[in-house]
Design a protein around this ligand. Structure first.
Ligand SMILES: [Fe+2]
Ligand SMILES: [Fe+2]
Length: 189
């Protein structure tokens, strides 16, 4: 599935600005990690872009299952479907196996803490955001309390990585694409 096809499909099911932003942020981080792993950035990026395709219209119990249904109706390769099912593994029972899947699982929720941290900064920018700040928010359960810290910890362990490294990769990916993502804030570039 091409990026253009994925983007038009996403727009059919999602118009909530924060879910669109989350989808684009996850896509961007996945593309960055694909390059680190010498894998195809388009495959990783499209998976990230579409991972929450059904979340706005079919939240809770149908999450991931509806996406699988929609993607199968579009004859999308099972590779994407397995990966998307595995980002909510404790509900779907489909667990992440490949580096792509483990990465998606680790960074999905983590990107939520990063975006929330950007929103409370005077600069409103990712450009001056440091891993230390994100780590502090991660350790404070009252901050962005909807974010599942256990999933992040589990995903990072599956990746054989650590929190600081993972946050730094996410920040680099977002900083490199800050303008496209609208995350420059009021910092002069
Ligand atoms: Fe999700
Ligand atoms: Fe997500």
């Amino acid at each position: 599935m091409s990026r253009d096809q994925a983007w038009s499909l996403l727009q059919k099911y999602v118009d909530d600005p924060s879910l669109l932003e989350h989808s684009l942020v996850v896509e961007t981080i996945m593309r960055y990690y694909a390059r680190l792993n010498n894998e195809d950035p388009d495959v990783w990026g499209v998976t990230g872009l579409l991972h929450d395709l059904d979340w706005q219209k079919f939240p809770e119990k149908q999450h991931c299952f509806k996406t699988a249904e929609i993607l199968r109706a579009h004859s999308v390769d099972e590779l994407y479907i397995h990966a998307i099912m595995s980002h909510d593994c404790h509900c779907t029972g489909v667990f992440p196996k490949t580096p792509l899947e483990k990465t998606l699982y680790a960074i999905d929720e983590l990107s939520g803490i990063i975006l929330a941290d950007i929103r409370i900064r005077p600069s409103q920018s990712v450009l001056d955001l440091k891993a230390k700040s994100v780590k502090k928010k991660f350790k404070s359960p009252s901050f962005a309390r909807g974010v599942d810290r256990n999933a992040i910890t589990e995903g990072i362990a599956w990746l054989d990585s650590d929190l600081t490294t993972t946050i730094n990769h996410c920040l680099t990916a977002l900083q490199e694409n800050a303008a496209a993502l609208g995350l420059v804030g009021n910092i002069d570039q």
